[in-house]
Design a protein. Structure first.
Length: 341
């Protein structure tokens, strides 16, 4: 069934304070828009429910200059405005040179047209890809209903194997796991001013109707990434049905600091397998402080899915995720060998 976009008021905000003003004034009738690649699809498909309404007012934040900027200095690190497009992340020289995992992740989002329109803020805050959430005839838990239809229905592709609950969706973002692995911070603006939280803490669990801690009237302004030490390896790998367009079945973001052959520090974050970017802390604990070899890599991969509780149709994600973790760790060894040649 195809619908046209309904009519709505459109406001171009000139600064963050003005955007907050309009969002506060119109309450649940208003929504922030930047690239709109997810939001307009939800509106056009009439994805509504008791806890999910079609907005009557869209507040455009692309017109705010600071939200379209990428800035970097060694003392404060990298700052990316929430309205920066994914294609700019993919091609930015400073990101490719110093925060390459973010460029790698952005490159694997959708098709070129999506990356040219879609923004980093939208990619982080996008809604579930679950077919029941995306269908206008199912009032699922995420739309204010009482039931997650995917638990007893179709859950083969975009659903969790780790930390699932009332809802079994898997968080669809590719850039969020990379940013969490980089220990990024989210900058949030709202009626009570500006606040900062670790990006890892922006996301909430499957017992919530929303995916983030953003309150009414709040929106993501920017992400800030600390400068990365020398000898830091950054790898993002993703498996999907097709080589373009598709969302992640499982992905791994790995940031590791290697001295000689020892893994001094490591962060492993999984995407596509949990309701939020999943920090595989047990896997990191296995690898930290030890020399990378095939046995350690195998043990780390096993630990990455410790506690997984897959559903009947997505059990394959356990072995798939372990295989991708192994590939990311092996890439470090291959990279070090390449440097010595």
């Amino acid at each position: 069934m195809l619908f046209e976009l309904p009519s709505f008021d459109h406001i171009d905000a000139t600064d963050v304070e003005e955007a907050v003003f309009w969002l506060h004034k119109y309450g649940d009738k208003a929504r922030v828009v930047a690239g709109g690649t997810d939001l307009f699809g939800l509106i056009k498909d009439r994805i509504v429910g008791p806890g999910f309404k079609i907005p009557e007012v869209l507040v455009n934040i692309k017109t705010i200059p600071d939200m379209n900027r990428i800035t970097y200095n060694k003392e404060t690190g990298l700052r990316i405005g929430a309205a920066v497009t994914l294609s700019r992340l993919e091609t930015s020289d400073v990101i490719k040179d110093m925060f390459s995992i973010l460029s790698q992740a952005a490159r694997q989002v959708g098709a070129t047209q999506i990356r040219n329109m879609g923004t980093i803020g939208g990619n982080i805050c996008q809604r579930p890809r679950c077919a029941y959430f995306r269908h206008p005839y199912f009032v699922c838990f995420k739309k204010g209903g009482t039931k997650c239809h995917a638990i007893t229905g179709e859950h083969q592709l975009y659903h969790s194997i780790i930390k699932s609950g009332k809802c079994v969706m898997a968080h669809p973002s590719d850039t969020a796991p990379a940013l969490v692995a980089l220990k990024a911070t989210a900058v949030i603006a709202g009626p009570d001013g500006v606040r900062k939280v670790l990006l890892h803490d922006l996301f909430v669990g499957p017992e919530n109707i929303r995916e983030t801690i953003l309150k009414p009237g709040e929106f993501l302004v920017a992400v800030e990434v600390p400068d990365q030490p020398a000898e830091t390896y950054q790898v993002f790998l993703k498996h999907r049905i097709r080589q373009s367009v598709d969302f992640s079945l499982s992905s791994v973001a790995l940031v590791a600091r290697i001295s000689d052959d020892s893994c001094e520090d490591i962060s492993i974050v999984l995407g596509g397998v949990a309701p939020f970017p999943y920090v595989a802390s047990m896997a990191a604990a296995v690898a930290k402080g030890r020399n990378l070899n095939e046995r350690l890599i195998s043990d780390t991969a096993e630990a990455s899915v410790e506690g997984a509780r897959p559903l009947p149709q997505n059990h394959y994600k356990v072995d798939l995720t372990k295989a991708i973790v192994k590939r990311t760790l092996m890439s470090i060894i291959e990279n070090k060998k390449g440097r010595l040649l």
